[in-house]
Design a protein around this ligand. Structure first.
Ligand SMILES: [Ca+2]
Ligand SMILES: [Ca+2]
Ligand SMILES: [Ca+2]
Length: 423
């Protein structure tokens, strides 16, 4: 998702894993010198609500949990001010870059250029989400337009007097005293109020729905938001709360995974030919990291590089009428000494496609089950159009990458995830 705002604190510990930023004022991508640092602080807060990392023992969790976000700086002023022309240009740039959700925490949604831009964004398969404003705006018109307009609620599901509302309002989300990442430091957090902070929550949920089913249309995602919302105020759709308060759990429960992810093998294969392996006899198809008998270990330098083959995994059948769009390998491992290190993993077809070695993030492990570490890497190689026959020739390798003494790597489980889509 793209977060159009005042930039973002680039070094915040809870805003990792983002995508390349873009500066609309200088029309430049970060890699070409585009500046996306936060000039005001507003952008670091909205980014955190959309996408602060979940389950990382740090601070807060954004609605998007693990979704990456793209900071798009729309202002060069410490006040954070900008104009509709820059906002709409930035939204178009994000949609052109492939972003599926564009979150805008600025006023100005009533400008006709916003609706025109929303139509363009939808034509690119994406959604434009915009704040209703904090001046009790009454947005007249038709909410069945091309913009998702978001108002605020408080902890009692009441709308504060300042929140924008009206016939065009689509949804409400929490917007009073909302805790998020702040620009004061790399582990700083603080609360603020406004539809600015409700908007990235809705955008983040759109991202989660798209993530579960990338084949959905923008209207399909919005329909799920509508069907899953908690009705507030007058019964049914109304002009204060629109369709109501977004509900993430209900929305995701309603999202069928038309683009199916198959979890193909969920345990350490029992006939793997690992070099230098040592494991207890009888330990098979076990993924319990509490038991050393269940784990493969290696004492080889820089890890184990003997390939596993498809025969080591459960069989996979490509459903009729579908094609493989993505292949991912997930390895869960731990080290039996407390250290931090990372894993390398690779998938390849002998003599054919080769993902090359992919390095996981560094993690710390130890003697006990927790923390154990896993990593998922997209190992789709070269061409997106894999066939079932190609899958069945896949081989996998895992090795340790750094910081390990001998006999310390234990692989707890390996699984392959194949994402398919209609032909
Ligand atoms: Ca966090
Ligand atoms: Ca709308
Ligand atoms: Ca209602």
């Amino acid at each position: 998702m793209a977060v159009l705002d005042t930039g973002v604190r680039l070094t915040h510990a809870d805003l990792t894993g983002r995508k390349e930023g873009y500066n609309v004022n200088t029309n430049s991508w970060e890699s070409a010198g585009g500046q996306v640092s936060d000039l005001n602080g507003h952008g670091t807060m909205t980014a955190g609500l959309a996408a602060a990392k979940g389950n990382n023992a740090q601070g807060v969790s954004g609605m998007g949990w693990n979704l990456s976000f793209r900071p798009v700086r729309v202002s060069e002023l410490s006040s954070g001010g900008t104009d509709i022309a820059k906002l709409t240009a930035a939204a178009r740039a994000a949609a052109d870059a492939g972003d599926k959700v564009i979150s805008v925490s600025y006023s100005g949604v009533a400008d006709p250029a916003v609706e025109t831009t929303g139509a363009y964004v939808r034509s690119r398969g994406a959604l434009l989400v915009w704040a209703a404003g904090n001046n009790s705006e009454n947005h007249t018109g038709n909410r069945n337009d091309n913009v998702i307009i978001v108002g605020a609620t408080d902890s009692a599901n009441q709308m504060p007097s300042w929140s924008g509302r009206g016939q065009r309002l689509d949804f409400v989300a929490p917007g009073v005293n909302i805790l998020s990442t702040t620009n004061a430091g790399n582990t700083s957090y603080g609360s603020s109020s406004g539809t600015s902070f409700a908007t990235p929550l809705v955008a983040g949920l759109c991202g989660l729905i798209f993530s579960r089913n990338p084949g959905l249309s923008p209207a399909g995602v919005e329909n799920i938001l509508r069907a899953s919302a908690l009705d507030l105020g007058a019964g049914g759709v109304d002009d204060n709360f629109g369709y109501g308060l977004i509900r993430a759990g209900s929305a995701l429960a309603m999202t069928t995974s038309a683009t199916r992810t198959t979890h193909w093998a969920t345990s350490v294969p029992d006939n793997a030919a690992w070099t230098n392996e040592s494991y207890a006899a009888g330990a098979q198809t076990c993924d319990d990291c509490n038991s050393s008998a269940c784990q493969y270990s290696t004492n080889s330098t820089n890890g184990n590089t003997t390939a596993l083959t498809a025969a080591d995994f459960e069989s996979f059948t490509l459903p009729a009428g579908r094609r493989i769009t993505k292949v991912e390998l997930e390895v869960v491992a731990r080290y039996n000494t407390a250290t931090s290190a990372n894993l390398g993993m690779r998938a390849f077809i002998p003599g054919g496609l080769d993902s090359g070695w992919r390095t996981t993030p560094t993690f710390t492990s130890g003697n006990t089950c927790a923390p154990r570490a896993g990593a998922t890497g997209d190992i789709t190689a070269l061409s997106g159009n894999w066939t079932a026959a190609m899958i069945n020739n896949l081989q996998f390798q895992v090795r340790r990458q750094s910081n390990l003494s001998n006999n310390t790597l234990r692989v707890v489980s390996i699984r392959l995830m194949v994402t398919t889509a209609p032909l």
